[in-house]
Design a protein around this ligand. Sequence first.
Ligand code: AMP
Length: 390
Amino acid sequence: MKTIRDLNIEGKKVIIRCDFNVPIKDGKIVDDTRIKGALETIKYCLDKDSKVILLSHLGRIKEEADLKKNNLEIVAKRLAELLKQDVLFSEETRGEELEDTINSMEEGELLLIQNTRYEDLDGKKESSNDKDLGKYWASLGDVFINDAFGTIHRAHASNVGIATYLPSAIGFLVEKELNILKELDNPKHPFIVILGGAKVSDKIGVIENLIEKADKILIGGGMAFTFLKAENYEIGKSILDEENIDFCKKIIDKYSNKIILPKDFAVANEYTNEENYRIKNINNISSNEMGLDIGKDTIKLFEDTLKEAAIVMWNGPLGVYEFDKYKKGTNDILKYLTHNNIKTILGGGDIVAAATTGGYKDKVYHASTGGGATLEYLEGKKLPGLEIIK
Ligand code: AMP
């Protein structure tokens, strides 16, 4: 895979596709991790006296009203603070003014272009990889660097489109993400996978692709109930992915030595943070109860299994971590892994968000910046943003 080091960028106009899709609340950036993640590649280009042109999406643009709340200018300001240098900002995603700005840029200057998805308002041009748009953006620079891991599994005009027309390479952030995920191609053993989250359907590809390699797969979260239903347990009102009961049954039958299911749960009658919960063994769940977190025996079971792990891959929270009452399972296992220095890769938006709020994100070996991209990599799928660079 061609990396930024393989391209001649000295004094060139370098277009970098970044992932500045940061959470914004009340007009403020709540978490700037993604902006910080892009700095290494940006600084490298600035050090080489490139004229740096940055592109990124922010949120989704479906109607006029989405434009204001997803204006990328806020990121230009934060970037300027972090780099301690001016950052030019183009309100337009194309046009004469943008071209003039670029033509008058000096070496070592930096420009951020407005949210690429502003182009989605009129016929989804960015997200459907409109050929003319990709070609136009490519015409603004000499070389292209894709450093947006979060969208590497999508073919958009601002990644695949531009890369079609320019000498292209991946940036340092994408390189780091890939190098870490590659450790799972031939993992050290015991290799233990933790899967949680809501639905089995989202994780089928991952289970199929990792089950041979993994020594154990610990299953928690809402998806555990479809596996337990397949084993004929009463799961009450717990979340069920009916269509995938057969899939779960087949996996349990074939890999009974690898799949580890919860023994107990924090259960309640309603999906709310208000009601008191009780811990119940899986044999005792009533028809009017639902499981919202793993229970203490399961936490112990998971910890005992993880004790010897050489490497752990984790996708999906083990309970409804958005509710304070049901984040214990996820937090306890995060705590166990980090306290015991067990090499852990977190892949997926929700588990990374849980680790961030719990204060564990910086203590794990790696928290991926791209949930969807990580999942597709683990499913063994080809990632369009990389294929075009290859
Ligand atoms: P996913 O995007 O598939 O990783 O799912 C993440 C979501 O799964 C989070 O919003 C959690 O609240 C949810 N989740 C985890 N455990 C449960 C559970 N026991 N019941 C319902 N939803 C759950």
